[in-house]
Design a protein around this ligand. Sequence first.
Ligand code: IPM
Ligand code: MG
Length: 383
Amino acid sequence: MTDARYRIATIPGDGVGPDVVAAACRVVDTAGAQFGFTVDWSEHLAGGAAIDEYGVAIRPEDVEACGTADAILLGAVGGPTWSDPSATVRPEQALFALRGGLGLYANLRPVSVHPALIASSPLRPELLAGVDLLIVRELTGGVYFGAREEPAGAPGSRRAVDTMPYAEHEIRRVVELAFQLAADRRGNVMSVDKANVLATSRLWRTVATEVGAEWPSVTLAHQLVDSCAMLLVRRPADFDVVVTENLFGDILSDEAAVLAGSLGMLPSASLGERRAEHGIFGLYEPIHGSAPDIAGRDLANPIGTILSAAMLLRLSLGREDAAAALEAAVSDTLDAGFRTADLMPPGGDTAGLNQVGTQGMTGAIVDRIAIPEAARETAAARP
Ligand code: IPM
Ligand code: MG
């Protein structure tokens, strides 16, 4: 049997990005050996690393090359070295070039709480049981991509402008995706807006209602973003799929991350319309930032990136087998008591826990990626 081959572009980026991307590559290669596939990795510079090397956050040829792979795995970009507010070249521009340039309009951020990590969250344990929600954030529109006027004028009368445009089709396609995803989950969509203030939100609400009419089996509720923020910490287990515009999704997803015990746990997928050879083309990244203070010190939690790689295997490569194996291995590793520093319960009981670094956590996950001998023989016997 010839092994399947996949092409994944990696963008390690800055700070802990290289640490966590290396960890995820190791885990994916292990799964490949188990399940009979090979990944051809190609690495690209973006963020501060690209600014230092080329003077831009990402070169157009790197965006293009990433766009021809089956999928992209990204670590994180940014850091204090490149964060001068008056700079015209900033690491985050790489993200916008990739998202906008490759048409990745839907950002999926699943949040679930592993039972073993309930003590790591600052929220009361009884609120966290059964939390399993999915934030679908619009990613290529709104204030992130609207016209801007940078601060100008004399001190005392300086002004700046950001604008928040949304076209109907930009809303419709992401809301439709949210409904599709909800139909395979618990059948509830919450559309989040600020329709009592913003014109774009009123359009959002109208379009969401129209899409909802085509999905009689899925329940649609509208929620204002401020009250959604409150409900997320008050009754998080009631949430299923949340769909919202770019900036609201950015803010709500960091808030939701607190439920999972650590920002370091959470994966994301950014998807567009392009079908690649084995699935839908996408960019996968943990939702945490570059954490420059712990970069290169074997301290970063690799789980968010490893779970992002699991989403990549499932959605872009059609490898449900390997995706499920990665997720089970992460779960087993947490059950066995392995914890990176960010997952240690705050001032809590550490009995039975084993604090490890990035490498230790990755090694423990790698050790748990195994398929039963019998299944391996069946796979090998397949023509
Ligand atoms: C995210 C990040 C980015 C965003 C930043 C780094 C520009 O916060 O992916 O959520 O705001 O989209
Ligand atoms: Mg964010």
